[in-house]
Design a protein around this ligand. Structure first.
Ligand code: CP
Ligand code: NVA
Length: 308
């Protein structure tokens, strides 16, 4: 069973193949109306379950559109409407869904829901974000960096703010695609030590910096994300904002990175909080390319999982 659970759980040659396929898919669609089907219909006759236990705009729409463009059909399920969390085990849910659908994409809270689903499903399972990681996003981000600037290997990525789920998948990608990563944020919100170690063991230079200005020196890519993730308690909002304010990505901070540095944000963004509109809408920002590339990257991931 070929699941796509995390970037460090898929081998580097397969990851590279996914990026190459995503690139081909994007090129093949170039200039065609957005509603057009792909000539090659690899998902014809396939049903894909898209399960959301948290809100989503990009993941939901890009997976849904991607499946349809490849000739398949989707069923979008909200966690609240399912028996999940109402007493039925994840294992039983996985076994039942496997009798109906050919692929499961799930966005959930605790990572154990994803891993248990994958353990008991007879069909591939794709991670559409958990409290801990967000691998589809970072596949799109690697693709986006490379289409603008060439190979990401050896480049310096600076993560600003909270060492959260998206940051974790960047660390996994550092290990697999061989780039360096500097985390710029407060010690209370450091990324998981296990993931820092994983990237360091793979030979990447992983630095932890408390000073944002120092961190961005020599950066080829500066990344921001929300200061309060979906799994964070709203009651922690003010405390997190106070801690994270020094790490806002603004024009003054970007000016200290390499002159051709890119800016990324997985979105949704909170303008004038973690990033200013000046940077989001400025010439170094590739945020909407990242969003578009979710579609192409995930189509490649689904093809990989289904062996198409
Ligand atoms: N970046 C991302 O995953 O966006 P959604 O939460 O809108 O899916
Ligand atoms: N870190 C954010 C990412 C949203 C796509 C969250 O988990 O809410």
């Amino acid at each position: 069973m070929t699941h796509f659970l995390d970037i460090h759980k898929t081998n580097p040659s397969d990851l590279r193949q996914i990026i190459d396929t995503a690139r081909d898919i994007k090129d093949a669609r170039h200039g065609r109306p957005k509603s057009a089907l792909d000539d090659d219909q690899p998902l014809a006759g396939h049903m894909v379950a898209l399960i959301f236990e948290k809100p989503s705009t990009r993941t939901r729409v890009s997976f849904d559109v991607g499946v349809r463009q490849m000739g398949g059909q989707t069923m979008v399920l909200s966690g609240a409407d399912m028996q999940l969390g109402h007493g039925e085990t994840i294992a039983d849910t996985a076994r039942v869904l496997s009798r109906y659908v050919d692929l499961i994409m799930i966005r959930t809270f605790d990572e154990s829901v994803l891993t248990e689903m994958a353990e008991y499903a007879d069909v591939p399972v794709i991670n559409g974000l958990t409290d801990r990681t967000h691998p589809c996003q970072i596949m799109a981000d690697v693709m986006t960096y490379e289409e603008h600037r060439g190979p990401i290997a050896g480049k310096k990525v600076v993560w600003t703010g909270d060492g959260n789920n998206v940051c974790a998948s960047f660390l996994h990608a550092a290990a697999q695609f061989k780039f360096d990563l500097t985390f710029a944020g407060p010690s209370q919100l450091d990324p998981e030590g296990e993931f820092v170690k994983l990237a360091r063991d793979a030979g990447c230079k992983i630095s932890i910096e408390r000073d944002a200005d120092k961190a961005v020196q020599g950066a080829d890519l500066v990344v921001a994300d929300t200061w309060v993730s979906m799994h964070d308690a709203q009651s922690a909002r003010e405390r997190r904002h106070n801690m994270l304010r020094p790490y806002q990505v603004n024009a003054a901070l970007m000016a200290q990175a390499e002159p051709d540095a890119l800016f990324m944000h997985c979105l949704p963004a909170h303008r004038e909080e973690e990033v200013t509109s000046e940077v989001m809408d400025g010439p170094q920002s590739v945020i909407f390319d990242e969003a578009e590339n979710r579609l192409h990257a995930q189509k490649a991931i689904m093809k990989f999982c289904l062996g198409k």
